[in-house]
Design a protein around this ligand. Structure first.
Ligand code: HEM
Length: 248
């Protein structure tokens, strides 16, 4: 028998110092949160090409697809961030239930807002929305005909797909609600990640809270502007839209 075999078994969490302390786990939640917020901002900027026109949006989508392996690396990193963010949020929440009060790097009253109390609910709803969203636009599971829509240049007609989907008021309303919850989640989340990283002071706290709210509002209004513009007829496809399964 080797000495290794006799030594007590360590759980994987004990082997990685970052995972084994509450502060380390909070850092993981904060860093994965930053990565996800950066993705959301990037995705919003990309989606804004819809206001430039079909050519701009389809060219942007085709460019993303053309990145091949890089796109897959980004997808894997994002998936890992989602899993870690949720896993360690749940772990910390369970630990906090056992041992209160919650220890932030700087004590604050952030935990008292409605948004703070709804963090878990808004987070899980956003997760459910993302799964629906992937099924709709990435896997094209609800409308397989989207797969065969190409523009004059032979690129996937993402513009037509999005405008067609949002021409249904139920789909648009659902998106607006979901991005509203995303905004709520980010409004509190952005402010609290600065606390977790220990860079908040009494003086800076209002600055971070206001910045969190402004970023969250920009993200909400930016995403919500797309279905709203389609419903108002400001963004449309030249050809007639296929019938919406809910409305017709
Ligand atoms: C009005 C709002 C939105 C629109 C119009 C939109 C549009 C799209 C489209 C068209 C795609 C597929 C791109 C392609 O395969 O060519 C996509 C993918 C995706 N969207 Fe959105 N999106 C919106 C909001 C969001 C939000 C709020 C999130 C996250 C919270 C999100 C997360 C994603 C993810 C993770 C993908 C998969 C990216 C990949 O293929 O790797 N989207 N979106």
């Amino acid at each position: 028998m080797t000495s290794q075999a006799n030594s007590p078994k360590k759980s994987p969490a004990c082997c990685i110092p970052l995972f084994s302390s509450p502060i380390g786990r909070k850092w993981i939640v904060a860093i994965t949160g930053i990565v996800l917020v950066l993705f959301v901002i990037g995705h919003l900027l990309g989606n804004m090409t819809i206001f430039v026109g079909p050519d701009a949006m389809n060219a942007y989508a085709a460019f993303l697809k053309s990145t091949g392996e890089i796109l897959w690396v980004v997808r894997i990193v994002l998936l890992a961030c989602v899993v870690l963010h949720i896993w360690f949020t749940i772990t910390l929440w369970r630990e906090n239930l056992k041992a209160r009060p919650q220890q932030y790097a700087v004590k604050s009253n952030l935990g008292t807002t409605v948004y703070a109390r709804l963090m878990r609910l808004s987070g899980l709803t956003v997760l459910a929305f993302v799964i629906y969203h992937l099924a709709q636009f990435t896997w094209e599971a609800f409308n397989p005909e989207y797969k065969s829509w190409f523009d004059a240049q032979g690129r996937h007609d993402v513009y037509r797909m999005v405008v067609t989907a949002f021409s249904c008021p139920f789909v648009s309303a659902f998106y607006i609600l979901a991005v509203g919850l995303l905004g709520m989640h980010l409004s509190h989340g952005i402010a609290s990640l600065f606390q977790t990283l220990g860079i908040t002071t009494e003086k800076l706290r209002p600055v971070f809270e206001t910045s969190g709210k402004i970023i969250a509002w920009i993200i909400f209004l930016g995403f919500a502007s797309i279905p709203t513009s389609v419903l108002l007829g400001l963004v449309k496809v030249p050809s007639s839209l296929p019938a919406c399964p809910f409305c017709h």
